[in-house]
Design a protein around this ligand. Structure first.
Ligand SMILES: [Fe+2]
Length: 228
């Protein structure tokens, strides 16, 4: 199948549109069934040259507080072909579970050395890597019980708007993974596992950090679930 033909998503591998106990899920997803419309050439072939139009990279600065980690992975299409030059945007809370955002009301400190965002490109083999600190957990303020487990947000632009997807990736072994309404809003267990980093081999060396890996498949049977 050509990567320019797209099957509809299987519901069980995607986040539930409405989640009990999460009021926002009732207001930001359509309550009516979606209307099918044919894809046009502009959706299938653009955007072009994003890597030239957007600033790529991270803020340089002093080391942020927290557990230094390295994250790597590969972006492929459903046939396993590498997605070169995919624009990957990441954002995350700092090690205290705080975002630099006007709507973040969590009473936790901002780290002056950590913006929590960056943009990078996959290479010719679809590979990407970056260093960051492990984000902290944070409470969902609309709820009196729910804490989000540590996670990193990803947005990936492949070669067309139809490949663009947004998700969150979680850390293995975190107790809060068991109760997170978003992660568990994905019904299919194997699909949920595709939202969790794999811990790489632990080593002690000149620069000490834990290594995590997450490969992304855009579209297809083994695709990474979207989670916004
Ligand atoms: Fe988040």
């Amino acid at each position: 199948m050509s990567s320019f033909e797209y099957l509809p998503y299987e519901d069980g591998t995607q986040i539930a549109r409405q989640i009990e106990g999460y009021p926002r899920s009732f207001t930001r997803t359509p309550s009516q069934p979606l209307i099918r419309r044919p894809t046009t050439l502009s959706e299938l072939t653009g955007p072009i040259g994003l890597e030239r139009k957007l600033k790529i990279g991270f803020e340089d600065g002093r080391r942020a507080m927290g557990q230094l980690i390295a994250v790597e992975g590969r972006v492929t299409d459903e046939d396993g072909a590498p997605m070169a030059n995919a624009v990957i945007e990441i954002w995350q809370a700092n090690s205290a579970g705080k975002y630099i955002h006007e709507l973040d009301r969590h009473d936790a400190p901002v780290d002056p050395n950590f913006t929590g965002q960056g943009r990078l490109l996959s290479d010719a083999e679809g590979r990407f890597q970056f260093r960051t600190i492990k984000p902290g957990a944070y409470p969902v303020m609309e709820s009196d019980w729910w804490w989000r487990p540590p996670h990193i947000h990803f947005s990936i632009f492949g070669p067309s708007w139809m490949n663009r997807f947004v998700t969150q990736v979680f850390f293995p072994g975190e107790p809060l993974n068991e109760t997170d309404l978003l992660l568990n809003g994905v019904e299919d267990r194997e699909a949920r596992e595709r939202l969790v980093f794999q811990l790489g081999a632990t080593q002690v060396g000149a620069v000490n950090m834990l290594k995590y890996r997450r490969d992304f498949v855009l579209r297809g049977r083994h695709r990474t679930p979207a989670l916004d």
